[in-house]
Design a protein. Structure first.
Length: 214
């Protein structure tokens, strides 16, 4: 069954506690949390201290999406936040396997993120080490971008590649109600939504998104 993962990057930070409470009231299981360093991507968001503080104020599972140069320098701090799911960009380091090992040794779920230009085939020798593949459906770093249509083909091909393995497919970027349906149909299990959820009518939007993928 596919799930919507709200992206806290899209929330109103002046009312963060209320936003977390709203998501909990709506029975959210997994919160997507972006970690951006201003180098690997141009934006800056949520360091380990902020993530740990949010985690303490919540019962949701945290899915940390690391957009960092040198993730090997920060992975221990990210693990310390308590996040249950942690993903690393394939393109961000020559040491993806090392980082995946660290995440798994800490007992967390490990994901690899692929930018729009990176083929899923790079994961061939990592398939036994990952719990999920995060397919970027925009270029990482900025909210409010348009979904890249080519991603549908990539989701389908990724689904074929993982075959019977217990690996989930996550998508992130530019998802609205119509796109949520399309990515689900293509094989996505975890569907991240920022702007199309945290708008003027978040409750209505969230419920509509969830019912669209039932
Ligand atoms: C962007 C982030 C996303 C972002 C998605 O780099 O990784 O999680 O919050 O926002 P929307 O859904 O508005 O594209
Ligand atoms: Zn993200």
């Amino acid at each position: 069954m596919a799930q919507i993962l709200p992206s806290v990057f899209g929330a109103n930070l002046l009312r963060l506690q209320d936003e977390i409470q709203f998501l909990e009231n709506e029975q959210t299981e997994i919160l997507h949390v972006d970690l951006m360093d201003g180098t690997y991507v141009s934006n800056i968001a949520f360091g380990p201290n902020q993530i740990a503080a949010m985690k303490k104020a919540s019962t949701m599972t945290f899915d940390v999406h690391m957009m960092l140069a040198n993730p090997e320098r920060h992975i221990d701090d990210v693990i310390k936040t308590g996040a249950e799911m942690i993903s690393v960009h394939y393109e961000s380091t020559p040491h993806v396997h090392f980082i995946l090992q660290k995440i798994k040794k800490a007992g967390r779920k490990a994901g690899v993120v692929l930018n729009p230009g990176t083929p899923e085939s790079v994961l061939e020798y990592l398939l036994d080490d990952i719990d999920y593949i995060l397919i970027m459906t925009i270029n990482p770093g900025q909210p409010g971008q348009t979904f890249i249509e080519k991603s549908i083909e990539k989701i389908k091909n990724t689904k074929k590649m993982i075959a019977g393995r217990n690996i989930k497919i996550e998508v992130d970027g530019g998802v609205n109600i119509d796109i949520a349906k399309k990515v689900k149909q293509a094989g996505a299990d975890l569907i991240v939504v920022g702007g199309a959820l945290f708008n003027d009518t978040p409750q209505e939007s969230y419920r509509a998104l969830k019912s669209a993928i039932q």
